[in-house]
Structure formats: C-alpha cells, structure tokens
Design a binder for this molecule. Structure first.
Ligand code: WQD
Length: 363
C-alpha cells in the first residue's frame, strides 16, 4: 500500500505521473499501480496509442484515470500539467517512439521525439523537485551480446538502430542528471513485452501492420494478416530462428510498481540503478509459434522469409538482480503469453464496435 500519513493525521496516496499511459505497457502498469494503492495521472498525446484503452483500465480498477492529451515535446504544455499537479511524487516515463525499422528510416524524428520529451520532463522534475523517476529502457542497449544470458553488467554495444541509440542516450542523460540533482532513478531494460491482462479488458493495440512477433502471430491467426513471415531460419541457434526473451506484460507492469516502492522506501544504494526485466528464458521464433499453436489450437499460416536487417541472433536476460533486489517474481510462461494474446485478439475482433474501428488501425 503506498498510502502515507499526511500531516493532519489522515492518509494521502503517492501521486504518480505515467507518461504514455494509453500505451501497451503504460496501461498495464497503471492497473498495477492503482491496485497497489498509488494515485495515477497520465500524459499521452495518443500519436501512437488509442485513448479507448482507458475504458479497459477503468473497467479493471473501477477508477477513472485522468489523461492529459499533451505532447511532451511541447515544454509549456508539459510544464502546465506539473503546475496543476504539484504533488507528483514519481514519474514512470514510457512515452517514446519504439519502431526499430521506422527509426532507421526517420532518425531525426526519433532523436527529437524521444530525447526532447525526456529533457522537458527532467526540466519539470528540477522545477517541481519530483524525487523518483523510472525510465523505460530496453535490452536493445546490449546490441548483439557476446554471450547470453545478459546481466546488467554486460557492456552495452553500439545500438542497432536510432531507436536503440535513444535508449542508450536516455540512460546516459539520466545518469548525469542524477549526479547533479536529488533525483533517485531506476532504469528498467525490457526484453520482449507481450500478452494481455487476464481480464482481456486491455492488451496490445499496435498501430498498422505489427512489427513485433506476438501481435503478428495473433493477427495472422485471426485473419487480419494473410500470412506471417519468419524472418530467417538460418541463424546459428537450435532451430535456426532468432532467440528472444518474451516477458508477460503483467509481469513487466508489476516490476514498475516494485521499482517505485523500492525508491519510496529509500532502499536504493545509488541515485541511478539498472535492472533487466526478462523472463530469463530464451525462446526461438519457431518455438514461440509452436507455443501459440498449442494453446490456441490454431495452425499458423507462416512461411520462412529472409533475415530482417538489424535483428540480433540471440538475446535473453539474467533477471536475478530484479528478483533479489526488487523482490520481483515473474510468473507467466510463453504459453500464458500466447493464450492471453490470442484471447485479446479474439476480443478485438468481436468488439470492434466497442473500440470504434479495430483499435490501433492507422486512421
Ligand atoms: C522478435 C523476433 C524477428 C515479426 C523489439 C525491439 C526492442 C524491444 C522488443 C522495446 C525477431 C521475429 C517478428 C514477424 C518474425 N522493444 N519476427 N516475423 O526485434 O526482438 O525487439 O521489441 O523495448 O527494442 O527492437 O522484437 O517482436 O520485432 O522480433 O520472424 O512478423 O521475431 O525477426 O527475430 P525484437 P520483434
């Protein structure tokens, strides 16, 4: 419970700002925060998300979450949110563009959006003395690791894309900012987030054709995509396809709540600490497809295609530090991920009316 005794003897709850709160990870994290006693507000300009997801958040939490439809690259508009909420005690910063391929085509769009938004936020942190900050980083900072599983000590490699560079630079900006301020910060390096909340009231809503494996599988199986390509089966792995670490979105969400509680209880040893958030299991693309077919009973229509530029051969996490230090205990398997992702895809099709069109389609 993150209620704290207020001066007048009552209780107040820590107010957390979630940026990108209408997104896949943001919405699931808001649910977990509320269920753990935090008060939450969101900033999301919905350029890459659908505000309709907040209906699902409210369905689960029975609380209406205020979303400020603000572009974090607009400093004045961002500052105004802090002026209206001077009691923000922590920020979880998800809002960023994250399509690797798009970042290669439009590097300036990615450097401007992902870095200006972070810098504007930190200017507000400085002005309003916000004490705690959790940053959405990525396993992409490891590039092609020399060995797996990777630990937090595994040296970052040159990024594979401008998107990856924005995550590495974001980490560096926060490290330096924490040295010159009182901010206490956690960097969370996600592996491959996937799946949906067990209630199936919220899930992933990729805009346009999905780049990521799990929504590509479920959209192929439901018929939104005619067939799926496996990007290469000639890699030096056990079945020739890439190895990744798929982490259930609810396990990922709970780690953010634990990270905030860790900072609120001043248990951190350094002003800026890093944690890997992966299941610790390496799964190949073909094994992921087999897991989907097993839990859904659907035969997937896929063909083997050429390798995808920028893909690393294999990366998965050593997640022991988050378990030992944050008390994190990821509990969902690749089968749970596929089961929940499939049920969400089925719901999206059945409830297209609820979401307007199929949510996430480019308007
Ligand atoms: C996984 C594997 C593809 C689609 C990305 C980001 C990373 C992080 C996680 C945010 C690869 C293969 C995929 C398809 C396929 N995001 N694949 N056919 O590239 O590991 O990581 O998401 O933090 O930063 O880069 O995830 O799901 O795109 O690909 O064969 O239609 O599935 O080649 O081997 P990736 P992904």
């Amino acid at each position: 419970m993150s209620a704290h005794r207020a001066p007048e003897g009552g209780f107040f709850m820590s107010k957390i700002l979630v940026t990108g709160g209408c997104g896949f990870i943001g919405s699931h994290t808001i649910v977990d925060l509320v269920e753990n006693g935090f008060e939450v507000i969101s900033i999301d300009n919905n350029s890459r998300s659908n505000e309709v997801i907040m209906k699902g958040v409210e369905q689960i939490t029975h609380q209406k979450i205020k979303n400020y439809k603000v572009d974090l690259c607009n400093f004045d508009d961002t500052f105004a949110v802090f002026q209206e909420n001077t009691d923000i005690s922590g920020i979880i910063h998800f809002a960023a563009f994250k399509a690797v391929g798009e970042s290669v085509e439009k590097p300036l769009l990615y450097f401007e959006n992902n870095l200006v938004s972070l810098i504007n936020l930190l200017k507000c942190v400085q002005e309003f003395k916000v004490p705690h900050f959790v940053f959405s980083s990525s396993c992409t900072v490891y590039g092609e690791p020399d060995q797996v599983p990777v630990t937090e000590e595994t040296p970052p490699k040159p990024a594979q894309s401008p998107y990856g560079y924005t995550k590495q630079m974001g980490e560096q900006i926060l490290n330096e900012f924490c040295k010159s301020s009182d901010l206490q910060c956690i960097l969370l390096r996600y592996f491959n987030p996937a799946g949906a909340h067990p209630s199936i009231a919220i899930g992933e809503m990729p805009l346009g054709k999905p780049q990521n494996l799990v929504p590509a599988i479920t959209q192929t199986a439901i018929g939104r995509i005619p067939k799926m390509f496996v990007h290469g089966t000639d890699y030096p792995t056990r079945d020739g396809s890439n190895v990744r670490d798929y982490i259930h979105i609810c396990d990922l969400a709970s780690a953010h709540t634990l990270a905030l509680q860790y900072l609120e209880q001043s248990r951190n040893k350094k002003p800026c600490e890093v944690f890997n958030l992966g299941s610790g299991e390496g799964v190949t693309v073909l094994e992921a497809i087999q897991a989907f077919e097993k839990v859904s009973g659907q035969k997937l229509n896929y063909v083997t295609g050429p390798r995808r530029p920028g893909d690393v051969v294999a990366v998965y996490a050593n997640n022991q530090l988050a378990k030992d230090v944050l008390g994190w205990n990821p509990k969902y398997s690749i089968e749970d991920i596929m089961d929940s992702a499939w049920k969400w895809e089925v719901r999206l099709k059945a409830d297209a009316t609820v979401f307007g069109s199929i949510p996430g389609e480019l308007n």
